[in-house]
Design a protein around this ligand. Structure first.
Ligand SMILES: [Zn+2]
Length: 313
């Protein structure tokens, strides 16, 4: 199975087997603003190279790719992605399916991270909202059953373009002003709105779940602080920068709790009594983990197994 977790400026690529064993992995630079042709050519070339490094031939049963923008998973196309000029309606899944002669799945990159994170956690630590703060800001929702929540058209959890009350009218890549992404993303922290052509610092991820105990996670390099983000209500879901990743984000939990309680009757703190805001467990590999989940579920689906048996008959 081939996996590609593609961000605005780099892509994690991997070959795995059905037991989730990583057979080969690499990371390559990409520039999403160059358009689909050069980026997908790089992804295809590097995945093919990974396959060639295998000691024996590996049959490819599925390809899963995550992209940093809204996608229509049913048709396998991006839908007007703000930081990906030229990608709208490009047949990403169809192209990869043709290249590798197997089913291909297209998903939003933050949804992949949310799914990977949810499956890495104990079953009682979902539902969760996963927030990625990088060149842009996105969110992914996973239900109590451990399933991605896409909403009616696949945009559920895409919080980056919600208007922040009281924020300055900073222009956002989506064409509006004052979006969370315009005031709190890594691009905004550099003094301007998110720019698709510039490499972002490591993203930080927040998890909120109905969980009593925060999970352990690995320490990681400290990112640059997003000072402007802290001044605005959009920082509600922003992880506190500069913290050791092993610590839960206690400050944010208090903030979320106070704000929720201001809106809810004092005797009904249901929304926040089990709320935990914390960092990612899997870090930069959460996207590949989520892609592995989707790929395995695709290969083991009744449709796929039926097709495989029909081919063998
Ligand atoms: Zn926006």
């Amino acid at each position: 199975m081939l996996l590609a977790d593609v961000g605005a400026s780099s892509a994690h690529l991997a070959v795995i087997d059905l037991s989730q064993r990583m057979l080969a992995r690499t990371e390559v630079d990409v520039a999403m603003h160059d358009g689909p042709e050069p980026v997908l050519r790089t992804v295809e070339t590097q995945l093919t190279h990974l396959l060639e490094t295998m000691p024996a031939e590996v049959p490819v049963r599925a390809v899963v790719i995550g992209l940093p923008g809204p996608v229509d998973g049913t048709h396998g196309i991006p839908v007007r992605p703000p930081i990906m000029p030229g990608w709208h309606a490009y047949p990403v899944a169809a192209r990869l399916s043709q290249t590798f002669r197997c089913p291909a799945v297209l998903e939003n990159d933050v949804n992949l991270r949310a799914l990977g994170e949810a499956r890495a956690l104990p079953a009682d630590q979902v539902p969760l909202l996963f927030v990625k703060v990088g060149t842009g800001i996105g969110g992914g929702l996973v239900s109590r059953e451990g399933v991605l929540h896409h909403g009616a058209d696949g945009a559920a959890g895409d919080i980056g373009h919600v208007r922040v009350r009281g924020a300055p009218d900073d222009a956002c890549v989506c064409g509006n002003v004052g979006c969370i992404e315009a005031v709190a993303s890594a691009g905004a922290s550099r003094g301007g709105s998110a720019h698709p052509g510039r490499r972002s610092p490591p993203s930080r991820c927040a998890r909120s779940s109905h969980a009593g105990t925060p999970p352990r996670s690995r320490p990681s390099a400290r990112p640059r602080p997003h000072r402007r983000a802290r001044r605005h209500p959009g920082a509600l879901l922003q992880p506190r920068t500069g913290d050791d990743r092993r610590r839960p984000l206690r400050g944010e939990r208090r903030t979320a709790g106070r704000r929720a309680q201001r809106r809810l009757p004092a005797r009904l703190p249901l929304a926040t009594r089990n709320l935990v805001l914390t960092n990612s467990v899997l870090g930069e590999y959460s996207g590949l983990a989520g892609a592995a989940v989707l790929g395995i579920e695709r290969v083991l689906s009744t449709d796929s197994i039926g097709q495989l048996l029909a081919q063998r008959a």
